[in-house]
Design a protein around this ligand. Structure first.
Ligand code: GLN
Length: 580
């Protein structure tokens, strides 16, 4: 039997950046999977960096890590959260990576005698990579980063234009995502930017089959018909994607607009109706107004830049679905803590209230680290649920070493390389590394869980696999001292050489992990650690709000502060559940 050829859907963006092309791509993938198709997605990034691993969170937001250790664009996180297909090194590449390959080919002599040019050499390499990622799938979604009109994305547009001739018109579809802005003084939605954007992309030889119009409110039929007329697509191929309360509503909105039906028709694919019940359930749960809520303080450095904690905030939303509660995140700047104290800084960020739990996410560098160490101490002493992720485990270890294991000088080699008391040290494998890009401990590694520990109970199995991105680790030279003082290393590499999880016994929920569990959480399969952490936050809230259960608080310097604990925590403004 002749094998079915892979269909390619190319997604470009127009008018402005940040209109949610990545999410749209992920949702199309979810809809096609819900129709029983095997779908994958590739993100093409036009910048020259070989990958985003060396870029600052201010420039790029989160670096998403795949099982096979690729440091990728955060859109791959959206793809994995919406689609069943796991992403890999093949699913994201940049101009830098394409040029790196072509130049290496040239140096090897592969093009001997030839002049190496953007067309065909660069475009061929782009197409080769796209086709490689598509192998074995019914549909491959190809998202082109940037906005039409950017100089740097031209080779990508040219490559996707050529793909139509390469694989056949019946196997390719072009979707253009644009913005239809509302002009408040005119009380009108304006289609002109969309018209210009479609004209621009048509000038590159790409004629969109479907236009997805982002808008703040739903657009009426008249506007859609106008876009259809001026942009040369049939009216039912103008799809409106208005802002939604939660991103998990988006597959449903796009389906209602007929997007997946149009796609399968235009690509001549015959499938049944999509099964969308899981998405309906998730969207209902995230938007339901009468759910109880918990508030979590996320203590980090990039508090103004929540995009750098994207997977983390989504993982907390997923665990809210699992716990049937709303999870609000309050971002607390660890440098603010250094200027005042933990409780004041958290209350200041949370309308005067204490939060129900504390999380220290991954991070790099010494700045703000003392504030984080004080935070771990505050959570430990006051029995507030604490979740430390990557750097958050290292911080908790330093805190325990200093204040319990009687090692007052304890620190990390990352903060003070010359210290004699580096309870967190550079990993052996990192000592010889002299190149910054792609050289951390990256990707999935197995971890063995110790019987009788919280971690073992939460995961419900003895061996797990989690994704990493770090250079430092718990120093084995201090392991016995820390264990003797009561710190429990509940997860290690199977050979017991690397610490993967640390936890406390006499505490309701105090766990630090050397990996990034947030990368594996999806709304359909919330991560057990996050689910358990949010359950602990709920329990803590119930305990502290019950009048008979008020506990005396220990201040950050260890003395009994005598401050009364919080009443209830309401912080609707800080919720991350409604970002679109
Ligand atoms: N900076 C720490 C390290 O490299 C932690 C990294 C992280 O939190 N991802 O080990």
């Amino acid at each position: 039997m002749e094998s079915r050829s892979t269909k390619f859907i190319f997604i470009t963006g127009g008018v402005v950046s940040s209109i949610g092309k990545g999410l749209t791509t992920a949702c199309i993938g979810a809809l096609l999977e819900a129709r029983g198709l095997k779908a994958t997605a590739v993100k093409l990034d036009p910048y020259i960096n070989v990958d985003p691993g060396t870029m600052s969170p201010f420039q790029h937001g989160e670096v998403f890590v795949t099982d096979d250790g690729a440091e990728t664009d955060l859109d791959l996180g959206h793809y994995e959260r919406f689609m069943g297909t796991k992403m890999s090194k093949l699913n994201n590449f940049t101009s830098g990576k394409v040029y790196e390959t072509v130049i290496a080919n040239e140096r090897r002599g592969d093009y001997l005698g030839g002049t190496v040019q953007v067309i065909p050499h660069i475009t061929d390499e782009i197409k080769r990579r796209v086709k490689l990622a598509a192998e074995g799938f019914d549909v491959c979604l190809v998202e082109v980063g940037g906005t039409v009109g950017d100089i740097e994305s031209l080779p990508f547009l040219e490559a996707i234009r050529q793909m139509r001739a390469d694989v056949g018109a019946q196997n390719t579809l072009y979707i253009h995502v644009t913005l239809v802005p509302h002009i408040s003084t005119a009380h009108e939605y304006k289609t002109k930017p969309t018209q210009h954007s479609v004209k621009e992309i048509t000038g590159y030889g790409i004629v969109p089959n479907i236009i997805i119009c982002r808008s703040d409110q739903p657009l009426d039929e008249k506007l859609k018909n106008k876009i259809s007329l001026f942009c040369n697509v049939s009216p039912n191929c103008v799809i409106n994607a208005p802002d939604v309360k939660t991103i998990y509503e988006l597959p449903l909105v796009l389906h209602k607009e007929g997007l997946d039906q149009r796609i399968v028709e235009l690509l001549h694919m015959w499938t049944g109706a999509p099964k969308l019940d899981p998405w309906e359930k998730i969207a209902r749960s995230v938007t339901s107004a009468d759910r109880p809520s918990v508030t979590i303080a996320m203590v980090g450095k990039y508090v103004d830049l929540t995009e750098s904690y994207k997977s983390l905030s989504e993982a907390l939303i997923h665990s809210g679905v699992a716990n049937d509660c709303k999870v609000s995140i309050v971002y607390v700047d660890s440098e603010e803590i250094e200027k005042s104290d933990v409780e004041s800084a958290i209350r200041k960020a949370n309308n005067g209230q204490m939060t129900d739990a504390i999380l220290i996410p991954g991070g790099f560098g010494v700045r703000g680290s003392e504030g984080k160490i004080a935070t771990a101490r505050f959570a430990r002493e006051n029995k507030i649920p604490y979740f430390g992720i990557c750097l958050g485990l290292q911080i908790a270890t330093i805190e325990y070493a200093r204040n319990v294991a009687k090692l007052p000088e304890a620190t990390s080699a990352e903060f003070c390389p010359t210290s004699p008391c580096t309870v967190i040290d550079i990993m052996e494998s990192q000592k010889s590394v002299n190149q910054k890009g792609g050289s951390m401990r990256l990707g999935a590694y197995p971890c063995a869980l110790k019987d009788g520990t919280k971690a073992r109970k939460i995961y419900g199995k003895a061996q797990i696999s989690e994704r990493h991105r770090h250079r430092f680790e718990v120093n084995n030279a201090f392991r016995t001292t820390l264990e003797d003082a009561g710190f429990v290393f509940s997860g290690t590499s199977p050979d017991n050489f690397l610490v993967e999880i640390g936890e406390l016994k006499d505490h309701p929920w105090f766990i630090g992990v050397q990996f990034h569990p947030e990368f594996q959480s999806t709304p359909k399969t919330p991560h057990p650690l996050f689910t358990s952490f949010v359950a602990a936050a709920k329990a803590h809230k119930a305990q502290t709000t019950s009048p008979s259960n008020r506990v005396e608080k220990v201040s950050t310097n260890g003395s009994k502060g005598g401050r009364s604990t919080r009443a209830s925590s309401q912080n609707a403004d800080a919720t991350v559940g409604n970002q679109s």
